[in-house]
Design a protein around this ligand. Structure first.
Ligand code: DHB
Ligand code: FE
Length: 284
Protein backbone atom coordinates (compact mmCIF):
# COMPACT_ATOMS: atom_id res chain seq x y z
CA UNK A 1 0.00 0.00 0.00
CA UNK A 2 1.32 3.49 -0.86
CA UNK A 3 2.17 6.03 1.81
CA UNK A 4 -0.53 8.39 0.54
CA UNK A 5 -3.28 5.77 0.81
CA UNK A 6 -2.21 4.87 4.32
CA UNK A 7 -2.20 8.52 5.39
CA UNK A 8 -5.56 9.35 3.82
CA UNK A 9 -7.29 6.37 5.41
CA UNK A 10 -5.68 6.88 8.80
CA UNK A 11 -6.87 10.48 9.06
CA UNK A 12 -10.40 9.50 8.04
CA UNK A 13 -10.51 6.75 10.67
CA UNK A 14 -10.07 9.24 13.51
CA UNK A 15 -12.92 11.46 12.37
CA UNK A 16 -15.23 8.47 11.75
CA UNK A 17 -14.50 7.13 15.24
CA UNK A 18 -15.72 10.42 16.72
CA UNK A 19 -18.92 10.36 14.62
CA UNK A 20 -19.60 6.76 15.63
CA UNK A 21 -19.12 7.52 19.33
CA UNK A 22 -21.41 10.54 19.21
CA UNK A 23 -24.16 8.58 17.47
CA UNK A 24 -24.02 5.57 19.86
CA UNK A 25 -22.77 6.37 23.28
CA UNK A 26 -23.48 9.81 24.65
CA UNK A 27 -26.37 10.71 26.93
CA UNK A 28 -27.61 8.32 29.58
CA UNK A 29 -24.47 7.73 31.70
CA UNK A 30 -23.69 11.45 31.95
CA UNK A 31 -27.20 12.22 33.25
CA UNK A 32 -26.90 9.69 36.07
CA UNK A 33 -23.59 10.95 37.53
CA UNK A 34 -24.16 12.68 40.86
CA UNK A 35 -22.39 15.91 41.71
CA UNK A 36 -20.48 14.48 44.68
CA UNK A 37 -18.95 11.87 42.38
CA UNK A 38 -18.13 14.47 39.71
CA UNK A 39 -16.59 16.72 42.40
CA UNK A 40 -14.38 13.90 43.72
CA UNK A 41 -13.17 12.69 40.32
CA UNK A 42 -12.66 16.12 38.74
CA UNK A 43 -10.84 17.45 41.81
CA UNK A 44 -8.47 14.48 41.93
CA UNK A 45 -7.68 14.62 38.20
CA UNK A 46 -6.99 18.36 38.36
CA UNK A 47 -4.87 17.93 41.49
CA UNK A 48 -2.86 15.17 39.77
CA UNK A 49 -2.12 17.60 36.92
CA UNK A 50 -1.01 20.27 39.42
CA UNK A 51 1.34 17.74 41.03
CA UNK A 52 2.97 16.93 37.69
CA UNK A 53 3.44 20.65 36.92
CA UNK A 54 5.13 21.25 40.28
CA UNK A 55 7.23 18.09 40.25
CA UNK A 56 8.57 18.73 36.73
CA UNK A 57 8.56 22.56 36.83
CA UNK A 58 6.43 22.77 33.69
CA UNK A 59 7.16 25.98 31.75
CA UNK A 60 4.79 28.41 29.95
CA UNK A 61 6.10 27.08 26.61
CA UNK A 62 5.15 23.56 27.65
CA UNK A 63 1.77 24.71 28.97
CA UNK A 64 1.00 26.42 25.66
CA UNK A 65 2.18 23.37 23.68
CA UNK A 66 -0.25 21.27 25.75
CA UNK A 67 -3.09 23.73 25.10
CA UNK A 68 -2.59 23.66 21.35
CA UNK A 69 -2.21 19.87 21.35
CA UNK A 70 -5.47 19.40 23.29
CA UNK A 71 -7.26 21.69 20.84
CA UNK A 72 -5.92 19.69 17.88
CA UNK A 73 -6.99 16.31 19.36
CA UNK A 74 -10.59 17.56 19.15
CA UNK A 75 -10.13 19.14 15.72
CA UNK A 76 -8.70 15.88 14.37
CA UNK A 77 -11.57 13.85 15.88
CA UNK A 78 -9.03 11.79 17.81
CA UNK A 79 -10.44 11.81 21.34
CA UNK A 80 -11.88 8.27 20.93
CA UNK A 81 -8.50 7.04 19.71
CA UNK A 82 -6.57 8.77 22.47
CA UNK A 83 -8.84 7.55 25.27
CA UNK A 84 -9.17 3.98 23.99
CA UNK A 85 -5.39 3.63 23.59
CA UNK A 86 -4.13 5.22 26.82
CA UNK A 87 -7.03 5.12 29.27
CA UNK A 88 -9.63 2.42 28.48
CA UNK A 89 -7.55 -0.57 29.63
CA UNK A 90 -7.68 0.61 33.24
CA UNK A 91 -11.45 1.24 33.04
CA UNK A 92 -11.85 -2.33 31.73
CA UNK A 93 -9.65 -3.67 34.54
CA UNK A 94 -11.81 -1.97 37.18
CA UNK A 95 -15.09 -2.89 35.46
CA UNK A 96 -14.28 -6.62 35.30
CA UNK A 97 -12.42 -7.06 38.62
CA UNK A 98 -13.84 -10.11 40.37
CA UNK A 99 -15.60 -11.42 37.29
CA UNK A 100 -15.31 -15.17 36.68
CA UNK A 101 -14.91 -16.81 33.29
CA UNK A 102 -12.97 -15.66 30.25
CA UNK A 103 -10.82 -12.54 30.35
CA UNK A 104 -12.05 -9.39 28.69
CA UNK A 105 -10.20 -6.40 27.32
CA UNK A 106 -10.86 -3.01 25.74
CA UNK A 107 -13.53 -2.32 23.12
CA UNK A 108 -11.54 0.29 21.19
CA UNK A 109 -13.15 2.81 18.84
CA UNK A 110 -14.20 0.57 15.93
CA UNK A 111 -17.19 -1.47 17.15
CA UNK A 112 -20.39 -0.99 15.16
CA UNK A 113 -23.64 -2.57 16.43
CA UNK A 114 -25.92 -4.43 14.04
CA UNK A 115 -23.43 -6.41 11.92
CA UNK A 116 -25.05 -9.03 9.62
CA UNK A 117 -26.49 -12.01 11.52
CA UNK A 118 -24.72 -15.27 10.56
CA UNK A 119 -25.26 -18.95 11.43
CA UNK A 120 -22.99 -20.94 13.76
CA UNK A 121 -20.84 -22.26 10.91
CA UNK A 122 -20.16 -19.35 8.65
CA UNK A 123 -17.78 -17.12 6.69
CA UNK A 124 -17.38 -13.48 7.75
CA UNK A 125 -18.43 -11.08 4.98
CA UNK A 126 -15.33 -10.43 2.87
CA UNK A 127 -14.25 -9.31 -0.59
CA UNK A 128 -13.77 -11.92 -3.35
CA UNK A 129 -10.05 -11.16 -3.33
CA UNK A 130 -9.70 -10.53 0.45
CA UNK A 131 -5.99 -10.86 1.21
CA UNK A 132 -4.53 -12.50 4.31
CA UNK A 133 -4.04 -16.03 5.64
CA UNK A 134 -7.40 -17.85 5.87
CA UNK A 135 -8.32 -18.58 9.50
CA UNK A 136 -10.91 -21.01 10.86
CA UNK A 137 -11.86 -19.75 14.31
CA UNK A 138 -13.94 -22.25 16.27
CA UNK A 139 -15.00 -23.00 19.82
CA UNK A 140 -17.79 -23.25 22.34
CA UNK A 141 -19.50 -20.83 24.71
CA UNK A 142 -20.30 -22.18 28.19
CA UNK A 143 -21.22 -20.88 31.61
CA UNK A 144 -18.75 -21.08 34.53
CA UNK A 145 -20.25 -24.46 35.49
CA UNK A 146 -19.30 -25.79 32.03
CA UNK A 147 -22.91 -25.84 30.82
CA UNK A 148 -23.09 -25.13 27.05
CA UNK A 149 -24.95 -21.90 26.33
CA UNK A 150 -27.44 -22.50 23.53
CA UNK A 151 -27.94 -19.52 21.24
CA UNK A 152 -24.93 -17.58 22.51
CA UNK A 153 -24.13 -14.67 20.20
CA UNK A 154 -20.62 -13.65 19.12
CA UNK A 155 -20.26 -10.21 17.59
CA UNK A 156 -16.93 -10.14 15.73
CA UNK A 157 -15.03 -7.31 14.08
CA UNK A 158 -11.45 -7.04 12.90
CA UNK A 159 -9.00 -5.16 10.73
CA UNK A 160 -8.13 -6.53 7.28
CA UNK A 161 -4.71 -7.57 6.00
CA UNK A 162 -3.77 -3.86 5.72
CA UNK A 163 -4.73 -3.21 9.36
CA UNK A 164 -7.85 -1.21 8.35
CA UNK A 165 -11.46 -1.42 9.62
CA UNK A 166 -14.58 -1.34 7.43
CA UNK A 167 -16.88 1.64 8.18
CA UNK A 168 -13.88 3.71 9.36
CA UNK A 169 -11.27 3.56 6.61
CA UNK A 170 -12.79 4.54 3.24
CA UNK A 171 -12.87 2.14 0.29
CA UNK A 172 -13.76 -1.01 2.22
CA UNK A 173 -17.26 -2.51 1.71
CA UNK A 174 -19.69 -1.96 4.60
CA UNK A 175 -19.59 -4.82 7.17
CA UNK A 176 -16.41 -6.31 5.68
CA UNK A 177 -14.92 -8.68 8.29
CA UNK A 178 -17.77 -7.94 10.70
CA UNK A 179 -20.55 -10.28 11.77
CA UNK A 180 -23.02 -11.35 14.48
CA UNK A 181 -22.59 -15.12 14.77
CA UNK A 182 -25.35 -17.13 16.47
CA UNK A 183 -23.85 -20.25 18.09
CA UNK A 184 -25.68 -23.59 17.84
CA UNK A 185 -27.68 -25.44 20.52
CA UNK A 186 -24.41 -26.48 22.21
CA UNK A 187 -22.92 -22.99 22.10
CA UNK A 188 -20.53 -24.03 19.30
CA UNK A 189 -19.36 -21.88 16.42
CA UNK A 190 -16.94 -22.12 13.49
CA UNK A 191 -16.11 -18.90 11.68
CA UNK A 192 -13.95 -18.65 8.57
CA UNK A 193 -12.12 -15.34 8.26
CA UNK A 194 -8.62 -14.08 7.44
CA UNK A 195 -5.90 -13.22 9.94
CA UNK A 196 -5.82 -9.48 10.56
CA UNK A 197 -2.61 -7.45 10.33
CA UNK A 198 -1.21 -5.32 13.17
CA UNK A 199 -3.03 -1.99 13.52
CA UNK A 200 -1.23 1.34 13.42
CA UNK A 201 -2.60 4.33 15.32
CA UNK A 202 -2.96 7.06 12.67
CA UNK A 203 0.46 8.76 12.54
CA UNK A 204 -0.74 11.91 10.78
CA UNK A 205 -2.95 13.31 13.55
CA UNK A 206 -2.50 14.52 17.12
CA UNK A 207 -2.08 11.05 18.64
CA UNK A 208 0.63 10.44 16.06
CA UNK A 209 2.40 13.68 16.98
CA UNK A 210 2.33 12.74 20.67
CA UNK A 211 3.77 9.29 19.86
CA UNK A 212 6.53 10.82 17.69
CA UNK A 213 7.34 13.56 20.22
CA UNK A 214 7.58 11.05 23.07
CA UNK A 215 9.58 8.49 21.05
CA UNK A 216 6.92 5.76 21.40
CA UNK A 217 5.65 3.45 18.63
CA UNK A 218 2.12 3.52 17.16
CA UNK A 219 1.32 -0.19 16.86
CA UNK A 220 -1.22 -2.62 18.23
CA UNK A 221 -0.64 -6.35 17.64
CA UNK A 222 -3.00 -8.09 15.17
CA UNK A 223 -6.26 -8.91 16.93
CA UNK A 224 -9.82 -10.19 16.58
CA UNK A 225 -12.48 -8.24 18.50
CA UNK A 226 -15.40 -10.08 20.11
CA UNK A 227 -18.47 -9.37 22.20
CA UNK A 228 -19.89 -12.66 23.44
CA UNK A 229 -23.31 -12.71 25.07
CA UNK A 230 -25.95 -15.18 26.22
CA UNK A 231 -29.21 -14.76 28.15
CA UNK A 232 -28.69 -14.52 31.92
CA UNK A 233 -24.93 -13.92 31.62
CA UNK A 234 -22.59 -10.95 31.78
CA UNK A 235 -21.58 -10.02 28.24
CA UNK A 236 -17.87 -10.52 27.53
CA UNK A 237 -16.00 -7.87 25.56
CA UNK A 238 -12.62 -9.17 24.49
CA UNK A 239 -9.88 -9.50 21.86
CA UNK A 240 -7.66 -12.38 20.76
CA UNK A 241 -4.02 -11.97 19.72
CA UNK A 242 -1.63 -14.27 17.83
CA UNK A 243 1.31 -15.98 19.51
CA UNK A 244 4.64 -14.71 18.17
CA UNK A 245 3.00 -11.80 16.32
CA UNK A 246 4.64 -8.39 16.23
CA UNK A 247 3.82 -6.09 19.19
CA UNK A 248 2.08 -8.82 21.24
CA UNK A 249 4.53 -7.97 24.02
CA UNK A 250 4.42 -4.23 23.40
CA UNK A 251 0.85 -3.09 22.60
CA UNK A 252 0.48 0.71 22.45
CA UNK A 253 -3.01 0.24 23.98
CA UNK A 254 -1.78 -2.07 26.82
CA UNK A 255 -4.71 -4.41 26.12
CA UNK A 256 -2.96 -7.80 25.73
CA UNK A 257 -3.44 -10.39 28.52
CA UNK A 258 -1.67 -13.77 28.42
CA UNK A 259 -5.02 -15.65 28.41
CA UNK A 260 -5.98 -13.85 25.19
CA UNK A 261 -3.03 -15.00 23.07
CA UNK A 262 -3.88 -17.89 20.72
CA UNK A 263 -1.57 -20.07 18.65
CA UNK A 264 -3.21 -20.96 15.31
CA UNK A 265 -2.09 -24.22 13.70
CA UNK A 266 -1.73 -24.98 9.97
CA UNK A 267 -5.10 -26.20 8.67
CA UNK A 268 -3.76 -28.11 5.69
CA UNK A 269 -5.20 -25.79 3.01
CA UNK A 270 -2.53 -23.12 3.50
CA UNK A 271 -4.70 -21.51 6.15
CA UNK A 272 -4.71 -21.66 9.93
CA UNK A 273 -7.16 -22.86 12.51
CA UNK A 274 -7.61 -22.08 16.17
CA UNK A 275 -10.01 -23.21 18.87
CA UNK A 276 -10.99 -20.86 21.68
CA UNK A 277 -13.73 -21.52 24.22
CA UNK A 278 -15.52 -18.67 25.99
CA UNK A 279 -16.77 -18.94 29.57
CA UNK A 280 -19.42 -16.44 30.69
CA UNK A 281 -20.18 -15.40 34.28
CA UNK A 282 -23.85 -15.47 35.33
CA UNK A 283 -25.40 -11.98 35.41
CA UNK A 284 -25.22 -10.40 38.84
C1 DHB B 1 -7.60 1.67 18.78
C2 DHB B 1 -7.75 0.86 17.68
C3 DHB B 1 -8.06 -0.46 17.82
O1 DHB B 1 -8.22 -1.29 16.78
C4 DHB B 1 -8.24 -0.97 19.09
O2 DHB B 1 -8.56 -2.26 19.16
C5 DHB B 1 -8.07 -0.17 20.18
C6 DHB B 1 -7.76 1.16 20.04
C7 DHB B 1 -7.32 3.11 18.60
O3 DHB B 1 -6.95 3.52 17.50
O4 DHB B 1 -7.54 3.86 19.55
FE1 FE C 1 -8.93 -3.03 17.08
Amino acid sequence: MSDTTLKATAAASGASATERFLSDKTGAPARTADSERVNTLATEVITAVHDVIRRHRVTYDEYNALKSWLISVGQDGEWPLFLDVWVEHVVEEVATAGRRGSKGTIEGPYYVPGAPVLPAVTVLPMRDDESGTPLLFQGQVTGVSGKPLAGAVLEMWQADDDGLYAQFAPGIPEWNLRGTVVADAEGRFGVTTVQPAPYQIPTDGSCGSLIAAAGWHPWRPAHLHLKVSAPGHEPLMTQLYFQGGEYVGDDVASAVKPELVVDPRPAGDGGHQVTYDFVLDPAS
